[in-house]
Design a protein around this ligand. Structure first.
Ligand SMILES: CC(C)=CCC[C@@H](C)[C@H]1CC[C@H]2C3=C(CC[C@]12C)[C@@]1(C)CC[C@H](O)C[C@@H]1CC3
Length: 378
């Protein structure tokens, strides 16, 4: 695919849109309350901007030009995806927007935290280090890793609403001295060269139009000798783009998850090497012989639940739990309480979740391809 030019950043425009759409809802407790406190007109704009890339696009007729159009507008596409999806994520999943491995007797949130600790350990984060979290979401992982390691973490994010939420939670948890959140496009970072001791990215760099672009920026801002670790979303090398069923799964994953261009493992590995990283570790953690698969919560496979404390969290992700919530939002939309587009977004997320599960079961997709690379000393 030809390399598209990067989208021009406009922080003032984004800040104004954030204020218009989300108002003061970043301060609200809980995803559901925040979800309904939006401006209708601004939300409609986000819906139109996001779904123009996916409405009426079918795997059977998808062209390279469709994919190129998405990558040209990668930043707007992903920013509006998170304008629409963030509250639902918080309602249905929590504040760490990633999957994890699970083990016997381990609760859902313990597993999520363990996945974060594992990456922090793999890249050797030490107390006092200056660490960058690329694509930090609402800061769940940054807060956990800050507490776990005593490091200073900067979260980078292109969505103002998520930055506001992350900042709000950091203040609430008394972590403002250790955490800061910065608005920006990870393809064109504003940090000077060699500014961080370590960098990590958890299921976020898949939003890049080209992995080499974001990994190149990470390489630039990392100090020589510093280590970068990533859990990457990749199609496995079983994926065949000429197979319509495979394409339909990839397209469902992209639409439901704000992704402009998902690529195979081989491309992820090549990107790490091409930008200059010395690869210390590569492994698909989804291939570990775990007693339950990473996707069980979104597949609604409640038999894997390990703690009754997880009952409500996990029930919300079952097909039944989702349809209760999605039809309820549809009803609230109909009577004018919820802003238009709430149900459409929820349904797209559900379709994306089904795509993730189908991709995982057919061994076509992984959300936890671990790559750890060092920037050489000279
Ligand atoms: C988009 C990327 C790169 C990472 C996010 C990973 C996960 C946190 C999300 C992927 C699918 C999402 C869904 C939900 C929460 C967040 C995810 C698991 C819901 C369970 C939220 C509640 C809705 O009613 C259904 C959603 C299905 C998909």
């Amino acid at each position: 695919m030809p390399v598209a030019p990067l989208e021009q950043e406009n922080h003032q425009r984004d800040a104004e849109f954030n204020k218009a759409m989300h108002g003061k809802s970043a301060q609200v407790t809980g995803g559901v309350a925040a979800m309904f406190a939006k401006d209708q007109g601004a939300k409609q704009l986000a819906v139109d901007e996001y779904f123009k890339h996916f409405d009426n696009k079918r795997a059977e007729t998808e062209t390279a030009a469709d994919r190129e159009a998405r990558t040209r507008e990668y930043a707007t596409l992903t920013r509006h995806y998170y304008n629409l999806a963030t509250d639902l994520y918080e309602y249905g999943w929590g504040q760490s927007f990633h999957f994890s491995r699970y083990s016997v007797g381990e609760s859902f949130y313990q597993a999520i935290a363990r996945h974060e600790h594992y990456l922090a350990m793999k890249i050797g984060i030490q107390p006092g280090m200056k660490v960058l979290d690329v694509g930090c979401g609402v800061g769940g992982p940054a807060r956990e890793i800050a507490k776990f390691t005593d490091a200073h973490i900067t979260g980078l994010n292109n969505n103002d609403y998520q930055i506001d939420r992350a900042t709000h939670y950091a203040v609430k948890e008394g972590l403002s001295g250790q955490l800061k959140f910065v608005k920006g496009d990870f393809m064109q970072m504003s940090f000077p060269d060699n500014s961080f001791d370590a960098v990590y990215a958890i299921e976020a760099t898949v939003h890049a139009p080209k992995l080499e672009g974001v990994y190149g920026e990470i390489f630039r801002v990392l100090k020589p000798g510093g280590v970068f670790g990533v859990y990457e979303w990749l199609m496995t090398d079983n994926y065949d783009n000429d197979n319509v069923e495979h394409r339909a799964i990839r397209l469902a994953i992209e639409e439901g998850n704000g992704i402009s261009n998902m690529v195979p493992i081989s491309e992820g590995l090549a990107a790490m090497k091409n930008v200059g990283f010395e690869l210390l570790h590569k492994e698909d953690l989804a291939d570990r012989p775990d007693p339950m698969p990473w996707y069980w919560p979104i597949a609604g496979e409640m038999r894997y639940m390990q703690s009754y404390r997880d009952l409500f969290t996990c029930f919300r992700m079952t097909h039944f739990g989702r349809s209760v919530m999605h039809n309820f939002t549809g009803l609230l939309e109909f009577v004018g309480i919820a802003p238009k587009g709430t149900k459409k977004t929820a349904d797209a997320l559900a379709k994306g979740a089904d795509g993730l599960v189908a991709g995982a079961k057919k061994k076509l997709f992984t959300p936890m391809y671990l790559m750890v690379g060092r920037k050489p000393e000279n």
